[in-house]
Write a protein that binds this ligand. Structure first.
Ligand SMILES: Cc1cc2nc3c(=O)[nH]c(=O)nc-3n(C[C@H](O)[C@H](O)[C@H](O)COP(=O)(O)O)c2cc1C
Ligand SMILES: Nc1ncnc2c1ncn2[C@@H]1O[C@H](COP(=O)(O)OP(=O)(O)O)[C@@H](O)[C@H]1O
Length: 255
């Protein structure tokens, strides 16, 4: 059962994800137990968990934060500016486990996708009325890429549904504050919104390269002519810019 101790506002090191993170999971969105929206008012996208113990023994049951991308060939996301983005990376909280409050007998991966960090948080404390969790148009069967960046807490049983919902609300805030830290920003690089002058260079697969580009964002062609990644400039000197390919594990779906 959860203790009454106040929760830490962030989880994981400020310097960025520490091994085993980032951990990449991927799969089609499948039906869950149908309780997320109906009982909790928190939609959670489920991806298959069958081979998790075999492929990711490091992932113990618990609550995590990370980033998510949905395959834009089957799902188009409407941005707050009204345009349709083809490659959106959004923050997420997830639970991996047996949902002790519901006493499930099979392990599930349940992902709640939050609004972009540039938008106001619907789960911030002090919001008027009941907390409204983020809701997107349904995307069952869409391929989902998830990059887990840190661990928040173990799964708990709760005295009431309201107590479970309140803890998930705080998880959303912890995830948000954790991802807003400088060392985590590169994982949320939204390639769909990148603009400005673009540089193209052939580079190796390392996650950091140096460019003498003048633009803030750059597009980088990988050795393969069909593969291209976009990155964000993380530091600038008078002569060079260091570009971090914010997609080291292929979270984006790039065309
Ligand atoms: C961030 C997050 C934290 C969660 N923490 C717990 C928990 O501590 N205990 C628990 O029983 N279920 C927890 N859950 C799981 C919810 O109970 C679950 O999402 C809900 O049962 C909906 O399941 P369904 O989508 O399969 O219907 C959590 C879910 C999320 C997204
Ligand atoms: N913010 C969101 N995060 C996750 N899934 C969402 C979100 N908004 C809408 N959905 C949709 O809601 C579905 C989950 O709803 P839910 O009521 O939890 O049912 P289920 O038990 O099938 O998972 C997801 O598969 C997805 O299609």
């Amino acid at each position: 059962m959860r203790s009454d101790k106040p929760r830490d506002p962030v989880a994981g090191p400020d310097a960025g994800p520490e091994p085993p993170y980032p951990v990449r999971l991927s799969g089609p969105v499948i039906k869950g137990f149908g309780r997320g929206s109906k009982d909790l008012g928190i939609p959670t996208a489920n991806i298959p968990a069958d081979d998790l113990s075999e492929k990711h023994p490091e992932l113990t049951t618990g609550v995590y934060y990370g980033v998510v991308a949905l395959d834009p060939t089957t799902y188009q996301h409407e941005t707050s500016e009204g345009s349709t983005s083809t490659a959106v990376v959004l923050p997420a909280v997830l639970s991996i486990g047996y949902n002790p409050f519901y006493k499930n007998t099979v392990r599930s991966v349940e992902i709640h996708i939050m609004p972009a960090l540039t938008e106001p948080s619907p789960t911030a404390a002090g919001q008027e009325g009941q907390t409204k969790f983020n809701r997107l148009p349904d995307f069952y069967k869409t391929k989902l890429n998830l990059l887990i960046l840190g661990y928040i807490r173990p799964e708990f049983d709760y005295v009431s549904l309201e107590a479970l919902v309140e803890d998930i609300r705080v998880d959303c805030e912890v995830a948000r504050e954790s991802l807003l830290r400088e060392a985590y920003k590169c994982y949320l690089v939204d390639s769909g919104k990148m603009s400005g002058k673009k540089e193209e260079r052939f580079v190796d697969m390392s996650s950091h390269i140096v460019l003498d580009a003048s633009s803030k964002h750059a597009r980088v062609k990988m050795c393969s002519p069909t593969l291209s990644y976009r990155g964000i400039v993380t530091s600038t000197t008078s002569h060079t810019k260091t570009l971090s390919i914010g997609n080291p594990l292929g979270i984006h779906f790039l065309s």
